[in-house]
Ligand binder design. Structure first.
Ligand code: NAD
Length: 307
């Protein structure tokens, strides 16, 4: 048992495939507070190679970072452990199909982390992300706010990109959210979608809004059909969440957060800072949106009950 230790700005990535390595590469390329990246994977030889490859980019990186392949002992003083390990969606598989495979993988990983005394934030990317985040919360017995899933942060980024592209506006000026399951029942909160201070509904017809919603929902399938997996954007999403934590930003992100009401994790606008998710933003749903959220929550609940 490794007792409490001083927190660092160390990030441990468990599962260094496409997603884990895209996250590491994005961390290396952006100026963040992260000063150490430790890679853990079943394939030790490959991550030794990954660490060498990343280190060779250090002369061009915006800040100094120690990067190496490590072991579970490295978790004890990590600020963030990001879990990207697990089976990936095959063509035609939904995210929910992955559950039984990833459940067992997560159990073995968390069982190795807890005895180290890790006291930072769990950040989960593995799909089905809402359920894997709930599993991490239950199995680790961590406070709910210190376990975060990437949730619909990626879907929200896809939405902002599509709206920005359609209206020729910087996606950073689009304030719109995808909520619910990171999966087929997710939905866009159109009643609260703005470009600058103007409602997106003022700019676009209903059919255009529906088309954007569909593109967001099907983005992963479309990418998987073309290149087998999605990873660059999620890597950048994970950096965004990492910065919100390490810079204690209190930024609103649609991460997967704990809903006490439903006893599930689900994508909701959440305030993210150094202690993880500290509060949720109350959303003014229309009746239709309320129904969509409740449908999405029920779908997650059904899967969570199988755990
Ligand atoms: P991948 O197959 O490329 O990588 C998975 C890695 O996990 C492999 O390197 C494998 O060796 C490792 N692994 C498996 N079991 C392990 C264990 N017990 N301990 C340590 N490492 C282990 O897959 P990927 O493309 O990187 O996708 C990873 C996960 O991320 C998938 O579940 C995928 O669906 C999910 N994903 C999530 C989002 C999101 O928005 N949250 C987006 C894209 C992908």
């Amino acid at each position: 048992m490794g007792g409490k230790t001083t927190m660092t700005n160390k990030v441990v990535i468990i599962g260094c495939g496409n997603v884990g390595m895209s996250y590491a590469y994005a961390l290396l390329n952006q100026r963040t507070k992260v000063n150490e990246i430790v890679l853990i994977d079943l394939d030790q030889q490959r991550i030794d190679g990954e660490a060498m490859d990343l280190n060779h980019g250090l002369p061009f990186a915006p800040s100094k970072i120690k990067i190496r392949a490590g072991s579970y002992d490295d978790c004890k003083d990590a600020a963030i452990i990001c879990i990207c390990a697990g089976a990936n969606q095959e063509k035609g598989e939904t995210r929910l199909d992955l559950l039984s495979k990833n459940n067992l993988i997560f159990k073995s990983i968390i069982d190795k982390i807890i005895p180290t005394g890790f006291d930072g934030i769990f950040l989960v990317a593995t799909n089905p992300v809402d359920i894997m985040t709930y599993f991490t919360f239950k199995h680790s017995k961590f406070p709910a706010g210190k376990v975060i899933g990437s949730g619909t942060t990626l879907d929200t980024a896809r939405l902002r990109y599509l709206i920005g592209d359609k209206l020729s506006v910087n996606p950073k000026n689009v304030h719109a959210y995808v909520m619910g399951e990171h999966g087929d029942s997710e939905f866009v909160l159109w009643s609260n979608a703005y470009v600058g201070s103007v409602s997106v509904q003022k700019f676009l017809e209903k059919s255009e809004l529906d088309n954007i919603s569909l593109q967001v929902k099907n983005a992963a399938y479309e990418i998987i059909n073309r290149k087998g997996a999605t990873y660059y954007a999620i890597g950048m999403v994970l950096v965004r969440i990492t910065n919100a934590i390490l810079d204690d930003e209190n930024t609103i992100l649609t991460v997967s957060s704990y809903s006490k009401e439903h006893d599930i994790y689900i994508g909701m606008p959440s305030v993210v800072g150094k202690n993880g998710v500290t509060s949720l933003i109350e959303v003014n749903f229309t009746e239709e949106e309320k129904e969509k959220f409740s449908n999405s929550a029920n779908i997650i609940k059904k899967e969570v009950d199988k755990l």
